[in-house]
Design a protein around this ligand. Sequence first.
Ligand code: S3P
Length: 427
Amino acid sequence: MPGDKSISHRALILGALAAGRTTIAGLLEGEDVLNTASVLRALGADIVRDPAGVWHVHGFGVGGFSEPTDILDHGNSGTGVRLMLGAVATTPITATFTGDASLRKRPMRRVLDPIERFGAQTVTRDGGLLPITIKGAKNPIPITYRLPVPSAQVKSAVLLAGLNAPGDTTVIEAEATRDHTERMLTHFGAVVRRQKIEGGLTAITLTGQPELRASHVQVPADPSSAAFPMVGALIVPGSEVRIEAVMLNPTRTGLITVLKRMGADITIENERSESGESVGDLVIKAGPLKGIDIEPEIAPSMIDEYPILAIAAAFAEGRTKMTGLGELRVKESDRLAAIADGLIACGIKIALGSDWLSVEGLGAGGMPGGARVATHMDHRIAMAFLIAGLAAKAPVTVDDTSFVATSFPDFIPLMQSLGAIFTRPNQ
Ligand code: S3P
């Protein structure tokens, strides 16, 4: 399985902000992460891949970015651009960021609001959209910021901005979002404290201007990519699939919890720790699934997994209702609409609200399929509906597979090695 996307972005960024040579093994070589590497190079980092596939980052230390001479293009990656806007916000350089047509539609105000409080100045398109020019703060002021949306990207942007501000920067969150930035900052030698405060909130505090130590990062397999063969194994009768060294950070394992509640046969073996993250091998066996109600509180721990969960729900017996899905409207596409439209096209009955979806499952082998699904420049919509095609009565076609390369470049050959058959409609 490919390396975790979240960890890969962060390893490159913290490697660039550490003095000395950081090595990264298992880096996800998907377009999103490669774009982050290019942006960091344009900001002065020396980043190379050795013949054994290990990445070497020669960092410049906290506050060491140099001014780029051209526009910085993050392609399809919200994580890349939001984390980098935070990272440069407290260094006195001017930089202009952009992305592809999908990224240029996505909300950036959520990171600009806090980073302006550090003293950065920004100019955006109407509505806070990319392209965005940022003039980093010369004399940054550390901030305390309560997240208005449960977003690890916003939390991470604030913490990365806090790195070059004197004193303590604190982020307050109501719901636990993925904590890779905090863990990796600690791995690189920064001081990060996590504390429960009143009202069930959590405060995460970073001590600014640390000397980050160059480190080695072993990137575990991405649970969000593993989700596709995992659900494929559950819905194709007779399957048994083992997926090795998958990250099992509890802020990412919501899908496994939910699928088990739906009756899935998933076991975890060899649980261990790698570079501050827990990992394990997953063994998944096909079997019947039943529809359930999924509570909103679990959404942040499986936010990228709803497209493939909706496919599992379509092959379950009975109704699955998913709530608390407002954030899906602002991912690589309006994922809630894309999932709903795709399921309807495949012959599944659904009901849709502004932040919820219910799916009337037709049981094993019940999905008619035979549809052409619009993917809207969204890798996870493409992969989810291709997996649906593995078990539907008639093949499922997606209109574009090019974006799969953003997160899972070997998805097609890997699924072929498990027996999946793909054809191009015009061949
Ligand atoms: C990510 C956080 C999530 C997720 C994205 C990766 C990260 O976004 O959807 O794919 O690496 O921090 P939000 O934190 O905005 O929900």
